[in-house]
Design a protein around this ligand. Sequence first.
Ligand SMILES: Cc1cc2nc3c(=O)[nH]c(=O)nc-3n(C[C@H](O)[C@H](O)[C@H](O)COP(=O)(O)OP(=O)(O)OC[C@H]3O[C@@H](n4cnc5c(N)ncnc54)[C@H](O)[C@@H]3O)c2cc1C
Length: 502
Amino acid sequence: MHDVVIVGAGPVGLFLACELGLAGCSVLVLEREPEPRSPWKADPLGMRGLSATSVEAFYRRGMLHPLLKASGVNDYPDADEPAPPRGVGHFAGMMLDPAKVDVASLPFRLPSPAMEGVMTTLEAVETVLYERASMLGVEVRRGVTVSAVAQDDETVVAQAGEHEYAARWLVGCDGGRSTVRGLAGFDFVGTEPQFTGYTMLATITDPEKLRPGFNLTPTGMYLRTPAQGYVGMLDFDGGAFDRSKRPGREHLQTVLRRVSGTDVTLSDVQLASSFTDRAMQTTTYRQGRVLLAGDAAHIHSPLGAQGLNLGLGDAVNLGWKLAATVHGHAPDGLVDTYTRERRPIGAWVLDWTRAQAAVMRPDPHAQAIQGVVRDLLGTRDGTTYVFDRTSGSSIRYDLGSEHPLVGRNAPDLRLEDGTRLGDLMQDGRGVVLDFSIGRCLHDSAMSWEGRMRYAAGPAMNDLGVGAVLVRPDGIVAWAGDRDPDREAFERVAGHWFGSPAI
Ligand SMILES: Cc1cc2nc3c(=O)[nH]c(=O)nc-3n(C[C@H](O)[C@H](O)[C@H](O)COP(=O)(O)OP(=O)(O)OC[C@H]3O[C@@H](n4cnc5c(N)ncnc54)[C@H](O)[C@@H]3O)c2cc1C
């Protein structure tokens, strides 16, 4: 009997396993694939863009350097001043200029060792997380395909072949075609696809016929990256390609010729897969003792590089709440705030990808909108808007407070002695930063000592607050003025961390 069984050792399942392991839960991860390695996870097919917010989640758990190392990133900025980001990506295949991001207008941005997004691979992310999970005592069992789930008021049991695995909670992190989602009876709703997308590694006889970068054409879109033989494309066929089949060389060449408007030749295709822009989300992320996170809870096209970031955000949000529930000190309803906070973010990402698909459609109306959007993206405000959205900095949960910092990802506040918020978060507890002259919150914070850490002193830049309470997921739960109100602090602390232990 484990506290939590996680189905799926992808990046989301492993991140969640680390969070639960850090909080002292017993965790078993069941993974269908016997081997962790696959060409689909390695460079170039497994390349993924992590947003600054996702990188920050690694930083806050002491995994920034392992992540950078595994990703082969040697020139990550050692930022002591908020600088313009080095990469902003694209919207609907239209590239953005990072120099146009108006950093000064972004809310509550402070220098931090994790200011930038990172290009990495699924392999790198999973390797770092697997190593950490193992250190934390998490067991990952491979070659185990979960095919049945049953639950009652006390337990949930996953079945794989002859074996049964019992736990108090089960989390389906088993990807876009989630078995757990269907077995536990989640409703999955959304919109049908407009296109079939393809990624492939091929030998191209005449690669000079394909322009580098994203290319929106009158018949679709294709992408040629610096990685030799790597091509992506979108074919607006209404998602008609039968995705149960592996796309063959002839089919891929026909589509590539159509969307590129060239007579380019593929002499060989080593690896290819397809996806669509079907955009679906479960109506809740919890059914009794079964929860979902990552692609299991939401699917959408990869346009805008959001899925992994969204899933990691789910894991960070759920981990501490589920751990507190397992340990029996969670306030009533804590675990349900997971759906309440994360589902709207997922819904927004689905819309962000839908908007891009609509703009990329190869028809005169969409092409007219492309012109308008391109002009807007060429402005400082337009680029800043996209960056604010895709970097995660615009995310704000409604925690019922008017204070503009509450509900947001906490900036990396720093005491004058150099201690950073990120340093204080590594053990997975909440953090109270008290900048007040009389260290007003010391005694109150000590009542929750095992669940939150207290640090006091003058701040290098206090952003106008006298104290903050930061949840273990890095979200500001409360912010006080220069003379912090102890009662207000205690009320909010009790709301998120339960009754005081002392
Ligand atoms: C071409 C492409 C490019 C992308 N680029 C980006 C990007 O740049 N940035 C970004 O944020 N996102 C990107 N994404 C999306 C991102 O890859 C996914 O959102 C992310 O990998 C989802 O992680 P996950 O852990 O939820 O699911 P998965 O990575 O799918 O992991 C699920 C795991 O569950 C296992 N499993 C499944 N069923 C069972 C079962 N019954 N029993 C046991 N185990 C099971 C699977 O074997 C797998 O290991 C891209 C996606 C594609 C297709």
